[in-house]
Design a protein around this ligand. Structure first.
Ligand code: MRU
Length: 366
């Protein structure tokens, strides 16, 4: 997608240049900075510090991290250590483990001298596949938006509410939840996006709003607690969110606060869809609430906020009393019964075991 009118991806390599390049998302929306990852440790640090984040992009970064590791030492124990380091960075998004496992499985079949080249090729494949999956989801999901638009007075926008950043910044390109939105815009449909700010890291206010602005998509940033009110007043036509891990039974783990949006949507008869590319589906789990590990993050994310002063300085200030304890869960689980449908690369399907098994028979375990 575009940054100041120029097409970009969130992660890339450059011919003749060593390493892997990323956008440092911790600096947005105030500064647009890129950085180069030289080693698997750089990749792990970029994931840990959330310079890259979002389940699909974490997966792609981990795959490139494995390529950096293989380039430095393709031996089995070095690769196992690199895999452990990467997988240990963030526990909830399953794409991380999915990507690292895929690389390890492929490299273990090769002699050591062939591993680095194969790892670079596989990382590039994973990145390309991510974009193709997102495009396919967008082509399926846009039909939901088209159907709503057909019921509206000509020119009235379809109002879409989203949570966190499931946009192109969370993927290699195009986004998961935003794929349908960008597709709708390209087809000339009028849309307007309500962007949950997504405390405490503000991925909505800082990232989703920024990328929609760069693409010229009409949007409004709202405090996280506003969605229910908007739905009660008929101001939201459809909710589309992303997922960090979806179980075989269709429970969806996504950024904290997603569950509350699903409850409000159910109470108000607003359709609630999840854009779920297959690498984010964990067919080994069925009970999302009991089985998905929920990342608990630093209290500083809640006690402090960072922003830009009128003078252009980036400053961080405390917003809670010194000493007040904090709980900071990164994700929650929305039970399948609250989900109208999953937008996958193979079509829009029901959030239940039989629909998921029918759509992805090769992934079903046991
Ligand atoms: O903690 P983050 O920023 O990595 O959170 C992940 C997300 O952005 C989401 O939960 C997203 O909606 C799913 S990934 C497309």
């Amino acid at each position: 997608m575009r940054v100041n009118g120029r097409s970009m991806r969130t992660i890339w390599t450059e011919p003749g240049e060593a390493g892997v390049f990323i956008i440092d998302q911790t600096q947005l929306p105030h500064r647009f900075l890129t950085r180069r990852l030289h080693s698997v440790e750089d990749a792990a640090e970029a994931i840990l510090s959330m310079q890259v984040r979002g389940a699909p992009l974490i997966g792609a970064t981990a795959a490139y991290g494995m390529a950096l590791a293989a380039a430095s030492d393709p031996g089995e124990s070095a690769l196992a250590a690199a895999a452990g380091r990467l997988v240990g960075t963030r526990p909830t998004a399953v794409n991380l483990k999915w990507a690292v496992t895929r690389v390890i499985e492929q490299l273990s079949r090769l002699p050591a001298e062939d591993r680095a080249k194969a790892a670079w090729a596989l990382a590039a494949d994973i990145a390309e596949e991510d974009i193709a999956l997102n495009r396919a989801m967008g082509e399926h999901g846009v039909r939901l938006i088209e159907a709503i638009a057909a019921q509206k007075q000509a020119g009235r926008p379809v109002n879409i509410l989203t949570h966190c950043n499931a946009g192109w910044l969370a993927t290699v390109d195009r986004g998961t939840a935003t794929a349908s939105i960008y597709e709708a815009c390209e087809r000339g449909l009028a849309v307007h996006v309500y962007v949950d700010e997504t405390r405490p890291r503000n991925q909505g206010a800082s990232l989703t709003a920024w990328e929609l602005g760069q693409e010229g998509v009409p949007h409004t940033v709202i405090p996280d607690n506003t969605g229910g009110h908007l739905m009660q007043h008929g101001l939201v036509d459809i909710v589309i969110v992303g997922t960090d891990r979806t179980t075989a039974a269709g429970d969806v783990c996504n950024k904290i606060g997603t569950y509350l949006k699903a409850l409000a949507a159910k109470d108000n008869g607003v359709p609630f869809y999840v854009a779920a590319p297959s690498p984010s589906i964990d067919f080994s789990l069925s009970d999302g609430i009991a089985e998905i590990p929920i990342e608990e993050r630093s209290s500083a994310e809640v006690t402090h906020m960072t922003g830009e002063t009128a003078a252009g300085e980036i400053e961080t200030v405390r917003i809670t009393p010194e000493g007040s304890p904090v709980a900071n869960y990164g994700f929650d689980v929305t039970p399948a019964r609250l989900i109208t449908g999953l937008i996958t690369e193979r079509g829009v399907i029901a959030a239940n075991e039989s629909a998921l098994a029918a759509a992805f028979p090769e992934r079903v375990i046991g």
